[in-house]
Design a protein around this ligand. Sequence first.
Ligand code: C2E
Ligand code: CA
Ligand code: CA
Ligand code: CA
Length: 277
Amino acid sequence: AKQTGKNNIQLYTDGLDETIRDRFIMESKLNRAIENDEFSLHYQPKIDLATDSVMGMEALLRWHNPELGFIPPDKFIPLSEDSGLILPIGEWVMKRALSDTAKLHKEGFADLKIAINLSLRQFMKKGLVEFVEKSIETAGLNNRNVEFEITENIFTEDLSTISRIMNEISNLNIKFAIDDFGTGYSSIGYLKKMPISTLKIDRSYISKIDSDTDSESIVSSVILMSKSLGLNVVAEGAETESQVNMLKDMGCSIVQGYYYGKPMPYDEFLEFVRNWK
Ligand code: C2E
Ligand code: CA
Ligand code: CA
Ligand code: CA
């Protein structure tokens, strides 16, 4: 299949379709990115507003290729999902994020929780539960310090399979957060049915809470609903003091955004937690 794909693309590059050619070039480089050591992880702090402490961090993948330069995840993650490359990449992310977290714990920050993004494709891969369990054990971490971020699109798949896998993972004391909440297929039903512990309200709402009354009411309703369902809420993408103050007033528990800290390499993140008050 690869072969025909290559030939097809060859035809297009003689024509005008830049995007297909770009995709092909990117994919062929992506294929070798792990072995060439081109990936790294950045960590973005999550602040617990009640205690004013860094409660954890999200692992965010970065790809730097010598020829293509820095490519944002929004570009190469969808591509790697289509090609299946997300599976080895996802395993790389998981191992690195867990071992970095273990290092942070050894530095004296043993309460930090790591949040790892899991795409649908990774979620559906056979053996995920065993892989997760083994990787956490190898890293020497405790399961309760690990959380997976999944998006609502997961609930468009076969719900009995999804719920079985989620329950198996949840029974290991690993938590689930719904990422980009409010942008996808939404049903209040699954929030109760599925083992979900956190909602991450999408940045598109948070960035407008102080300028758009609809966003303000949506965010405050989601926070109220989460509380009554016993869920944690993370506000994603808060950039200003005014946004953070509004979130505090609304009773939001956790904030992640440039206001507190951008995603940063391991060493910088370690400095960040050391310098935190
Ligand atoms: P996401 O999971 O929703 O991650 C949050 C994104 O919002 C990150 O973009 C982060 O840098 C950005 N962000 C956080 N706070 C702010 C803020 O205050 N202002 C602004 N303007 N942006 C903020 P990033 O790192 O470019 O990642 C984009 C997406 O790529 C992620 O969205 C996630 O869907 C995907 N991704 C990243 N790393 C991984 C990974 O390891 N595995 C998988 N499956 N997906 C990943
Ligand atoms: Ca995420
Ligand atoms: Ca998100
Ligand atoms: Ca996203």
